[in-house]
Design a protein around this ligand. Structure first.
Ligand code: PMP
Length: 322
């Protein structure tokens, strides 16, 4: 779907997957007005297909657009575009289990010109790809590197938006994590370099027995849809769940004295991933016993059961496509 200044959204098209040609002076290449979303369509037990909370992705997409001075795509249009693609590609939604059809809606500037200002033309596109189970051989805890040198987002920046530049800025820290033998980066706040924010592509949860805490949405982390869903599911299951501040020392000390029992990350890609070990410039430690925890696995099953239709969708989160 195209957008042009003075005309708004127009020319929706369903076309075969093909390369787009880009002018060297395309404004996205220079000024990075590029935002995206990620969501999944799951096969249901009766053979139908459903996406998980697409309205939330649509709202976050609109918020990202506002932050990058891009036009807002109406929530209904975002959902309709995803629906059209999923219906067209229905046979590409895997038959069962944790497999899914991953949808990638995105928008970028298409005007040609040099000079820093918002583009007067944009293109909104949705592409799709089947995605296998994130952990084909069983859930495996990840190791994380606390990034004390680089930050992902600063107050007033674009941290709460899902824009391409945030990911470009994260790549050196991700490489640093790999150099230290870690799977993922954990980002700290930009001001004090002390408060836990989130992981490279997932939000974090800290489990203290029956009490569960996730870092508050301070404006510098992405408001994850999986994170929001787990606040609800954890409460449904009787856990005492809250949003709050967790420092590096809270993590280290809670781990040492045994009050912090589990840590997990959550996001559309992996659903829930246990965090097994931490490395940082100020010390390394194993989280709990380093194995997937009981609460982590219980919440993982509860969420996946809703997504795959094995449990009742009591919150009306599944968007059924027939
Ligand atoms: N944080 C970041 C930086 C991400 O890229 C993602 C993935 N969209 C998340 C958190 C998790 O968000 P969600 O649960 O909506 O996938």
């Amino acid at each position: 779907i195209k957008w042009t200044e003075g005309r708004g959204w127009h020319d929706a098209q369903l076309v075969p997957y093909a390369p787009l040609s880009i002018d060297p002076a395309n404004m996205t290449l220079h000024y990075a007005q590029a935002i995206f979303e990620g969501l999944k369509a799951y096969r249901q037990p009766d053979g139908s297909v459903a996406t998980f909370r697409p309205e939330e992705n649509a709202k976050r997409f609109a918020a990202s657009a506002r932050r990058l001075a891009m036009p807002e795509l109406p929530v209904e249009t975002f959902i309709e575009a995803c629906d059209v693609l999923v219906r067209q590609d229905k046979e590409w939604v895997p038959a069962s289990g944790e497999q899914s059809l991953y949808l990638r809606p995105f928008m970028f500037a298409t005007e040609v010109g040099l000079g820093v200002r918002p583009s007067n033309e944009y293109l909104f596109v949705v592409i799709a790809s089947p995605a296998g189970a994130y952990f084909p051989g069983g859930v495996k805890p990840v190791s994380v590197w606390l990034s004390q040198e680089y930050v992902r987002a600063a107050p007033g920046g674009t941290g709460a938006a899902k824009c391409a530049g945030n990911y470009a800025a994260s790549l050196v820290a991700q490489a640093q994590a790999a150099e230290h033998g870690c799977d993922q980066v954990v980002w700290l706040d930009a001001v004090e370099r002390n408060w836990i924010e989130e992981m490279g592509g997932m939000n974090l949860y800290f489990v203290y027995g029956n009490r569960i805490v996730t870092p508050s949405l301070t404006g510098t982390l992405l408001p994850g849809i999986t994170r929001a869903s787990l606040l609800q599911i954890a409460a449904d299951l009787g856990y005492e769940v809250s949003e709050g501040r967790i420092s590096v020392d809270d993590w280290k000390d809670g781990n040492a004295d045994g009050t912090l029992t589990e840590v997990f990350a959550c996001g559309t890609a992996a659903v829930i991933t246990p965090v097994g070990s931490v490395k940082s410039t100020t010390g390394n430690w194993t989280v709990g016993d380093g194995k997937p925890g009981e609460v982590t696995m219980r919440l993982r099953k509860a969420l996946l059961d809703i997504q795959t239709g094995a449990a009742e969708d009591t919150h009306g989160w599944m968007h059924r496509l027939g």
